[in-house]
Each structure stands twice: as C-alpha cells, then as structure tokens.
Design a protein around this ligand. Sequence first.
Ligand code: NDP
Length: 328
Amino acid sequence: MAAAISSEKIDLVIYGPHKPIVDNGFSDQFVLHKFETRGDLDRLNPAVAEKVRGIAVTYNSVRGDKAMLAQFPKLEIVSSFGVGYDHIDAAYAAEHNIVVANTPDVLTEEVADIALGLLIATLREFVKADRYLRSGLWTTQQFPLSVGSLRDRKVGMVGMGRIGQAIGRRLEACRVPVVYHSRHPAEGVSYKHYPDLIEMAKAVDTLVLIVPGGASTANMINAEVMKALGPRGVIINVARGSVIDEQALIAALKSGTILSAGLDVFANEPTVPDELKAMQNVVLLPHIGSASVVTRNAMDQLVVDNLKTWFAGKPPLTPVAETPAKGR
Ligand code: NDP
C-alpha cells in the first residue's frame, strides 16, 4: 500500500487541538481543513469530506472512531499523535484499506524517565516531603523515614515493548531486579517472562504498567492481582487508566492490601476520583508521560512526516500493527 504520486492538491483534515508544527508543516500542495472538536467536525461540508485523503489526529482527546472515519470515502491514511492509538478504530481502518500511523520511538526514553521518577517519588514520598517543607514543619522536626525504598524491591513489568525495555534499562542501572508479563516472550530480552500475571504478582512487590489500552488489557490489574502483590505492593501506572480497575485500586489502597501507587493515567481523564486525591499514599500526575516540549515537538513532526511520506508515494514511517503498509 502506498499513495499514488500526483500534482493534484491533496485535501487533509487536521483534527484535534492546534499544533503549530502540524498546522504549518505542509506545503501548498495540501489543502488543510481544521477541526478542533467533534462538534466542529460535525459541521463539515459533505462536499469537502468527499475529497479528504488524509487525517492528522493531533491528540487523543478526539476519537477516530468508525462513525468519524466513515465520513471520508477517499480516506487513505490516519496519522495519529501518540504511541497509544486506542482512540482510533484501527480494525475498521484495516478493513477499509486505510493506513493508521502513530508516533512510537520518539517518546520512549521520555516516558521511561517518568516511570522511574514516579516510582522513586512514590516510594520516597517526594510530594509529601515537599508539602512538609513548605508548611514550615521542617524547622521543628525531621520528616519521618519513608517506609518505601527502591533498595529492597523486585519489579514486575506489565508490558515489555519499546518503553518497557527502556524502563528495564533504568531499573538495571538502579540495581533493581526485573521480571515481566506479556502475552509472548519479548525478543532479545533476558528478564524472566511470566505468561501468568497472578504468578508474577506473587513473585514481586512492585508492578510497573506499560501496556496499550483497549479491550485486551481492560481492568487486567484487578483485586486479585492486588491481593497477590501483597501489603508491600506498589503499582506504577504509565500505561492507560483502563488497565487498572480503579475502584478495586482505591479499595486496596484504603485497606492496606497494597502500600501505595503512582499514577500518570486514569480511567476517566481528566476527572480523577476524589478518594484518590484525598489519599497520602499516592502520587498523581496529569498524564505527562511524554509531555516535554522537545518530545511533544518530535511527536508532532512525526504526525506530519507520516502524511508527507505517504503522499510522496512511500509507505508511512511508523504504521501500526493492524495496518502494516508495504512499499509499491
Ligand atoms: P509496544 O507495542 O512496544 O509494547 C507493548 C507491550 O505490551 C508489549 O510487551 C506487548 O507484548 C504488551 N501487551 C500488549 N497487549 C497485552 C496484553 N493484552 N496482555 C499483556 N501484555 C500485553 O508499546 P510501547 O512500549 O511503545 O507503549 C506501550 C503503551 O504505553 C502505549 O500503547 C500507551 O498506551 C502507553 N503510553 C503512555 C504514555 C503516557 O503518557 N503515560 C506515553 C506513551 C505510551 P505482547 O504483545 O507479547 O503481549
């Protein structure tokens, strides 16, 4: 699969929040139609929809679901921002010969940094300590010793793909033993593989989640997994909120079934349950895994480059697994 080269103008939809790198990334060979929200897109002129051949989805706050994609009969490619693409119906796209591309690799190390930082911040209580200092309490008494420490831990990674392996490298540098669960053993990875998640949870005291969202991972970290992890248990989620049963997590944190959690993602973002916000044994981040200027710029550029490469007659740089694009 690859686009035919032609001198004709190419109509593109840019869907989602404005991004200067995307907005300004195309030559005048392209005609851009910009829609920030689904409400905006619903006002799209059908005569324009008829001509659209490519879509840039600039954030996962908008969805490329079946109804959205079906509006564009000549659609060839959806270039989506982010490595996770659970907001794009890739199965529908594959059935309709539409290529989906995402933005892997350029964010791998950044997200791995956040995972390690969040793990240490959770164990060593950075946020609580910061509040303690600012409140003036340090002038009268020492901050209590942290119960958690990275020193005596064994980490079970849930997911051992690009980012999982980058987190593993960081943990190795910290001299922390690593094992992992995924459906298949990861190629070239020497850590012990557990095909069974519960077995792994029993064997470790820390879970770091870095799997895709979607149906196959929904609520995979449930009450049973938390019980298996045990009272020293720490869960770090940099994957998707849907991967954890959030109510079961709240119950486990309250009852002491596990010790603490560090969360970058939530089931119903940007709404976070008040019960979590009230807890002292959690560190909560507003989905900032890849959110630095340098990395987000690289992701935006890859959204543009996938489209340009396709319309130059070549396969996109980073197609998703459901729509592996071949050259001509
Ligand atoms: P990869 O595709 O490289 O790796 C995914 C890993 O998850 C593989 O080891 C895969 O192994 C495993 N996996 C997939 N499905 C399942 C399943 N049902 N059960 C168990 N394991 C599974 O992806 P990346 O490492 O690049 O990214 C992973 C995810 O991280 C993204 O999809 C995204 O959701 C999230 N992410 C979050 C960010 C944030 O801001 N917090 C930023 C970037 C990514 P196998 O197929 O063998 O099961």
